[in-house]
Design a protein around this ligand. Structure first.
Ligand SMILES: [Zn+2]
Length: 747
């Protein structure tokens, strides 16, 4: 996922939690929902007086240097942030109030336009802050974050809900059809108004009070939910006998020994988290312990004790249903999906139910393969959920025989960076020239590149590839400045990619795994999206939740193409390009275990949607989960990736509620888009690339993304390509009409 530090998002009432979104590099291996709650905002505390340091505060100086100014990383003092936050809020408040208090009748020119630009100064400050909280975090940064995020959020929320601003927004909206606006202006005016309405700005009197009370109660319940799940994850299973370690790799044993020492215990401690559960289940040959570890993991939040989350979930569902009603939506799902590409719960359900039977069918085959291995071993067992990871690993070794050590020497990081730049050149005519040293950076390892297309300078690309202390895990992209041409000048884009690769030893090249190389291309896909923006209004910049991962996923496809491999994936010692035989093995292994990962993910996404797409809130989440899974035919060998009692994506904030389907939605477009390139007979086809760039990438959110897709492809995405990509059988052509968006045609 990409994240932006745009204060405009704050202006529109989007929680600053969005600033901390982690990138989901593998579509189905979603990030831990917990991340989304670390910034969960408590009630606003009273703003503290901070002495006005505006004149000496480097964070408040206008950016200078090339590209109309770049972030002054060389001058930042962390202690300057509180003063700068204070000053910027004051400045934005003054700007907004000046627009608000203009006595003239509100028009697009005297209201919508200046509101679009109010807050630019906050953008710059939050860009620098974003890097400090994500790449350069430390005790001091975290302290400032804890203290100031709630204040900033409260400030922007209050600003958003100002009745006078609403009045003017509504006035422009009401007069929109007679105002001679063009399509983008009309879209901007309508979206601004609709968003305010969705946030409840139209409500008055008791209803307004009710909404505030519901939101406050929800925030408390979210907090309660995450605390309970966290408490269960901090419990551990204590191993004391060497025999309990059978099958475990030494590095894993060392880490669980350390965990035990941290708790002042002898022996080994297995914490109740995914990062412990997965390797344990995969490797342990002790079936009894696999069962114990697995059951502890899937029952987090569901043990009938003080950490049981079922009543918290029921409370959240009731609050959400009440809120949806007050805001005029049929269900919470309708409310959350109003500004997505799918728009209607039914559209998301249709897509999921198209993929579901194929995935379930594949699980049956996977289980049969594993049973065969178990029988050959004379294990005398029937494959159970705690056996899946263990036996699928054995099947993998037999059937795919893919050795990561065999692949790695081909992926020299420097070469792969050149490869992704070259691909962007071949596809979109873009050039990236290294100009490291010519602008300030926040760490000596960060490289910078001037970006041009044709003769035109687009902006600057910052590349921060390596893991280090204070940098959060995962990979993400962000813009320090994004493009729009409002205010008389087209803005240079300042985009960044942030990865966590491990640097090669002294004098050694950095080699990366296939996963890392894929991540590199994925994040660069996000950067290419924003570098190619050619829009007018910043308010039409952000794309919907179920669209945002699509351009980045598409870009992954070029990594394993013959041209890139022949030119850049050369063996670190022999210098020979990767042989096709190995590429074939990699491609074949990509469909391995896809039944499992798809069913694990989709069951969670389906239960999410069914839970939130109903008017009567569910009161017994446990029973609902059980009954829903029975209804859809959940294979007995698999449990949901996130069972409801621990589903942080849904219950530690609103973020992914009625939205867990988004990964599948984006990936469906990705697979269908790659097919468009393949159909031309040349995956570097210039015409297709130019259409993708100009219709999908360049337009930001200036047109409905569904229409943009149709313009690009001539039709809606078809499901058969994602089925193919996952190695599932494709139903006959007639049965596979395009499903994405189908329900919007009135069905
Ligand atoms: Zn992403």
């Amino acid at each position: 996922m990409r994240f932006t530090s745009s204060s405009r998002k704050l202006l529109l009432g989007v929680s600053s939690a969005a600033l901390l979104g982690a990138c989901n590099t593998l579509p189905m291996a979603d990030h831990d929902g917990k991340n989304m709650t670390t910034a969960q905002l408590n009630e606003a505390s009273v703003m503290q007086a901070v002495s006005d340091t505006a004149t000496s505060n480097s964070l408040l100086q206008t950016w200078t240097g090339p590209y109309d100014g770049v972030p002054p990383w060389d001058k930042v003092n962390v202690s300057d942030f509180p003063g700068a936050f204070q000053a910027v809020m004051k400045k934005v408040g003054t700007q907004v109030n000046a627009v608000r208090d203009n006595p003239a009748t509100a028009t697009f020119e005297n209201f919508t336009l200046p509101m679009e630009l109010a807050g630019n100064s906050a953008d710059e400050l939050f860009s620098i802050w974003g890097v400090h909280s994500s790449n350069l975090s430390n005790e001091e940064v975290r302290k400032i974050q804890g203290e100031w995020l709630p204040k900033i959020s409260a400030f922007f929320n209050e600003l958003t809900l100002d009745p006078k601003l609403l009045e003017k927004t509504k006035a422009v909206y009401d007069g929109r059809n007679a105002a001679g606006l063009n399509a983008q202006q009309l879209r901007l005016v309508e979206r601004n108004y609709e968003q305010l309405v969705r946030n409840g700005a139209l409500l008055e009197g008791t209803e307004k009070e009710q909404l505030i009370a519901l939101n406050t109660e929800l925030a408390k319940a979210f907090n309660e939910f995450s605390n309970k799940v966290l408490a269960d994850e901090e419990t551990f299973i204590h191993l004391t006998d060497e025999a309990d370690l059978a099958g475990l790799p030494n590095s894993f044993i060392a880490s669980i020994k350390e965990a035990a020492q941290g708790k002042g215990k002898e022996g080994w401690a297995l914490k109740n988290t995914r990062s412990v559960m997965q390797p344990f289940l995969q490797n342990s040959t002790r079936r009894d312990l696999r069962e114990t570890v697995y059951n502890a993991y899937i029952n987090r939040g569901d043990n009938g004790d003080k950490n049981d989350t079922n009543t918290t979930i029921a409370k959240i569902l009731k609050l959400r249903a009440d809120r949806a009603k007050i805001l005029g939506f049929k269900t919470h799902a309708h409310y959350r999906m109003a500004d997505t590409m799918a728009k209607e719960p039914q559209a998301a359900m249709e897509l999921m139910m198209k993929v579901w039977p194929a995935a379930v069918g594949r699980v049956k085959e996977e289980v049969a393969d594993m049973q065969e291995v178990a029988d050959a071993e004379g294990a005398g067992i029937t494959i159970a959920p705690w056996d899946y990871r263990h036996y699928s690993e054995k099947v993998r070794k037999v059937k795919y025989d893919l050795d990561e050590a065999e692949i790695k020497p081909y992926f020299k990081l420097d070469n792969m960076v050149d490869a992704m730049f070259d691909a962007a050149g071949k596809l979109y005519g873009m050039q990236f020239s290294d100009n490291t040293g010519s602008v300030p950076v926040f760490d000596p390892e960060v490289r910078t590149f001037e970006v041009t297309r044709g003769d035109k300078v687009i902006g600057l690309f910052y590349l921060d590839n390596f893991a280090r202390k204070g940098k959060r895990s995962g990979a993400w992209m962000t813009t320090y400045r994004s493009q729009h041409d409002l205010g008389g000048k087209n803005r240079y884009v300042l985009a960044s990619n942030n990865n966590n690769f491990v640097k090669g030893g002294e004098g050694q090249p950095t080699l990366v795994s296939l996963d890392d190389a894929t991540t590199l291309f994925h994040e660069f896909g996000h950067a290419l999206h924003y570098l190619n923006y050619d829009i007018t209004y910043p308010g039409l910049s952000g794309t919907p939740r179920d669209f945002v991962e699509y351009p980045s996923q598409v870009n992954e496809n070029w990594l394993l193409t013959r041209y890139i491999l022949d030119t850049y994936a050369k063996h670190a010692e022999t210098g020979k390009p990767m042989p096709q035989e190995l590429v074939d093995k990699i491609n074949k292994s990509k469909t391995f275990n896809k039944g499992f990962s798809t069913v694990e993910y989709l069951s969670s996404a389906i239960v999410d949607m069914m839970l939130h797409n109903r008017e009567e809130p569910v009161t017994d989440p446990d029973a609902f989960e059980r009954e829903t899974l029975t209804k859809i035919g959940m294979p007995k060998e698999i449990v949901m990736r996130h069972r409801l009692p621990q589903f942080n994506h849904l219950f530690s904030s609103d973020a992914y509620s009625a939205g867990y389907y988004s990964y599948l939605w984006s990936e469906t477009m990705d697979a269908d888009t790659w097919a468009a390139f393949e159909e031309t007979g040349d995956v570097w086809d210039k015409d297709t690339a130019e259409r993708f760039r100009s219709v999908i990438l360049a337009t930001g959110n200036e047109t409905d993304r569904k229409d943009a897709y149709r313009n690009f492809r001539g039709r809606d995405p078809e499901v058969k390509y994602i089925l193919k990509k996952r190695g599932f059988p494709v139903p006959s052509e007639s049965a596979d009409a395009s499903v994405v968006n189908k329900s919007n045609t009135g069905k």
